[in-house]
Design a protein around this ligand. Structure first.
Ligand SMILES: NC(=O)C1=CN([C@@H]2O[C@H](COP(=O)(O)OP(=O)(O)OC[C@H]3O[C@@H](n4cnc5c(N)ncnc54)[C@H](OP(=O)(O)O)[C@@H]3O)[C@@H](O)[C@H]2O)C=CC1
Ligand SMILES: N[C@@H](C=O)C(=O)O
Length: 285
């Protein structure tokens, strides 16, 4: 077991699933841990298991990140505890059904957790990392960040936010010795599916990754310096090509004139005699 500490990793959503496996793997890599979730008993189980195997210091903090006061408590912890060197923004919930089948209040709660809590925790963490000269943030996004057609659209939107936010953080903070990684898991065998009202059993097994494989691949991506890690993607070149296509758009996303492909139609509309019929109808309504 590693004896020298790499500092403290704070993992949100560490009571089950992906977060609990991060706890195990990061402790084995020499991190002490602060584990955050709502369920104290599940956090205690994870903490006991991990500290038995690794001898690392593992603390637990119960917090509902949908609750403003609880969230503020975790923000304060991140800002104040000088031992923290890593934040894993993992807590999240999903949705599996379409707009017409889903409830807008549940969608709002999902945005509060997947987007607002993650954003506020990052805002609390970054200035502390800047002051201390560095740190690492791992943001758990999802494959649906780039494939929002697959599950519930609000869920995909929240995970697209996590990806976009991570790309921006990387650009802003690379020269501050702050590492950012966005992880985009595909379907992973955790409680996520039941919590979202479905079942992972309904998916073809060849699409579903084991949690330990997912986290080991994601941490290997981190070791290899990846900004974005899609654990199942066979060819990194495919992501690089996607990213290169996006970068190619950037110089043309804000220009003073409409594109030529649209201009001809605009000119035609503007040179047509004004639509007197419509105005006439309108006047007599
Ligand atoms: N499983 C999958 O197929 C995929 C998952 N992901 C993402 O991975 C992340 C982890 O999910 P996963 O491990 O699969 O699912 P789980 O349901 O197993 O874990 C979710 C974790 O988040 C915690 N959590 C949920 N709501 C809150 C809350 N309001 N406040 C604090 N903690 C909360 C849960 O703990 P507690 O209930 O104790 O609060 C639990 O520890 C999520 O962000 C998810 O979107 C991304 C792609 C695929
Ligand atoms: N990424 C998974 C969920 O978030 C999926 O692709 O099913």
């Amino acid at each position: 077991m590693t004896t020298s500490s790499k500092g403290i990793a704070v993992i949100t959503g560490a009571s089950t699933g992906i977060g609990a496996i991060y706890a195990d793997r990061l402790a084995r890599r020499g991190y002490d841990l602060i584990l955050v979730a709502r369920s104290q008993s599940k956090l205690d189980d994870v903490a006991r298991r991990v500290s038995d195997v690794t001898d690392r210091n593992v603390q637990t903090v119960t917090a509902d990140l949908n609750n403003k006061l609880d969230l503020k408590r975790i923000e304060t912890l991140l800002a104040k505890d000088a031992g923290i060197t890593m934040l894993v923004n993992n807590a999240g919930v999903g949705g599996l059904v379409s707009l017409l089948e889903s409830n807008v209040d549940e969608m709002e709660a999902m945005i509060d957790l997947n987007v607002t809590a993650l954003t506020r925790l990052t805002y609390a963490m970054i200035p502390a990392f800047v002051t201390r000269g560095g740190g690492t943030i791992i943001n758990i996004s999802s494959a649906v960040a780039v494939a929002p057609e697959i599950l519930n659209g609000v869920y995909g939107g929240t995970k697209a936010f996590v990806l976009a936010f991570s790309l921006s953080l990387h650009k802003e903070l690379a020269d501050r010795n702050i590492r950012i990684q966005a992880v985009l898991p595909g379907a992973t065998a955790t409680n996520f599916w039941d919590a979202a009202g479905g079942s992972v059993e309904q998916l073809p097994s060849k699409m579903v990754m084991r949690g330990d494989d997912l986290i080991d691949a994601a941490l290997t991506g981190l070791d290899q310096g990846e900004l974005v890690t899609i654990p199942s993607l066979p060819e990194k070149a495919d992501w690089d090509a996607y990213e290169a296509a996006r970068q190619k758009l950037i110089p043309n996303l804000s220009l003073s004139t409409p594109a030529a492909r649209l201009r001809a139609a605009i000119v035609a509309q503007r040179t047509q005699p004004s639509n007197q019929g419509d105005r006439h109808e309108h006047r007599h309504q």
